[in-house]
Design a protein around this ligand. Sequence first.
Ligand code: GLN
Length: 186
Amino acid sequence: MKIGILSLQGAFLEHEIKCAKLGVDCFEIRNKGDLKTGFDGLIIPGGESTVIGKLLRELDLFDIMRGMIGDGLPVFGTCAGMILLAKNILNDDRLYLATMDITVKRNAYGRQRDSFYTVGDFAGYGKIPMTFIRAPYIESAAAETEILAVVDNKIVAARQKNQLVTAFHPELHEDTCVHEYFFNMF
Ligand code: GLN
């Protein structure tokens, strides 16, 4: 199994460390050529969705990546990655890859200083650490979307077929549940 990690901006390095810890081969996707090298799954990290979205277009990665996800490539988006995958964004006119039937709210918990840590149940794994950094949450999801975590009545993790998203940053903790869940989707 080989994972491509979108490495244009944001917390991509932490995902690489997580892959290494779980013994999963990974590489950084930085340009169009990287997308053609053959891989089994994609991670879109947290960061700034507007910046990553702009770079995806400027570097001509956008259409290819969107097509690959549409064709069933397993993808895991954290935080900004979740925003990039959402088909609806409540408080932003822009849309990005728009492959997943979720409606998200950006910066839903407030500003940087409102970032927080908690523990919450994830997909039957029990309680796991969750760090939210200028995080979005999922306001609503299509019926076929599986809700994997809810914190304070807000959906913070979900899956639709080949697409997994979390509003929080599992790559920042020792816990490996969410990445294991992703690798089990293959
Ligand atoms: N607030 C950021 C955005 O809108 C997401 C923050 C994050 O990825 N930690 O893209």
